[in-house]
Design a protein. Structure first.
Length: 284
């Protein structure tokens, strides 16, 4: 593991539910899971279906101590958990963090309610890994590992949602997965999370022409992401949480339009890696 790396890997970039088929090959069909490597430390944000292949990669790399942060617990952000192989290995230590249900449900309660009959054939207790659940309140600054600070804020999404800003080695990456913007306004909480960030992973489920139809669903657009990034001086914008019906051709067209409006914009895809170890980002 590169101890100087500040790296982002997208394991799942879809919203709502996984999709498959020839029209979804380029950008992928897995739901939300983003890996952030801070030197020797590994962090995951959300556990959608993309966390299943992420788990296979962890096992292959013999990484046995890491953290998972939940933005919220809608199905598309947690559905991969029961199929995350490291959970069943007693040599693994996982810290799991959530704050969107603060005062209503703990992280352990959230996971236990999800992984139990009749929704799943076995209970969470079948997991042999050391699961250490951590609760926080929106606005807290988390320090999960040496040298890492994670700032948190509430997003505008039904049932609550947390946005994260990961700070390490003088750089920052923001993860804003599910939020609905108010027309003509820039959310000050989001601006605070993304200020000067190397990368902003932002909810671009819709385009502005669709927002009137989907108002209240709790999602945003690439156009709003561009406005936020320009206002906050962020360098790159990853269009994320793609609508499950959006084909490769449609996402590519949106990506091209977004890049014309903001040169740092691109559509995230499953398996994509961004490396911020140097001043200029390396993409592969």
């Amino acid at each position: 593991m590169d101890e100087e790396a500040f790296r982002v890997r997208f394991w799942g970039v879809r919203g709502s539910l996984p999709v498959s088929g020839p029209q979804f090959i380029r950008y992928g069909g897995n739901t939300a899971c983003v890996e952030v490597q801070c030197g020797r430390h590994t962090l995951f944000f959300d556990a959608g279906s993309g966390i299943r292949p992420a788990g296979e990669a962890l096992m292959a790399a013999a990484i046995n101590d890491f953290d998972i942060f939940f933005t919220h617990c809608h199905y598309d952000h947690i559905v991969g958990l029961p199929f995350f192989f490291p959970f069943y290995d007693p040599k693994i230590r996982v810290r799991l963090w959530s704050g969107h249900l603060a005062g209503r449900m703990t992280t352990w309660e959230m996971l236990s309610e999800f992984m139990r009959p009749p929704w799943f054939p076995v209970r969470l207790e079948i997991c042999k890994a050391n699961l250490d659940c951590k609760d926080f309140v929106s606005g807290d600054i988390l320090r999960p590992r040496e040298g890492i600070a994670i700032r948190t804020a509430s997003l505008n999404h039904p049932g609550g949602c947390i946005g994260y800003r990961v700070e390490w080695g003088g750089r920052a990456i923001a993860v804003i997965t599910d939020t609905e913007h108010e027309p003509g306004k820039l959310d000050p909480a989001i601006l605070g999370l993304i200020e000067g960030a190397e990368l902003v992973v932002y909810d671009c489920t819709y385009v502005e022409e669709e927002m009137q139809r989907y108002r209240g669903y709790g999602h945003s657009t690439w156009q709003q992401g561009v406005k936020l990034c320009k206002a906050a001086g962020a360098k790159r914008l990853a269009l994320f949480h793609h609508d499950p019906a959006r084909t490769d051709a449609q996402i590519e067209a949106i990506e091209q339009e977004a890049a014309q409006a903001f040169s740092g914009a691109f559509a995230a895809r499953d398996g994509q890696v961004l490396d911020f170890v140097r001043q200029t980002v390396k993409q592969r």
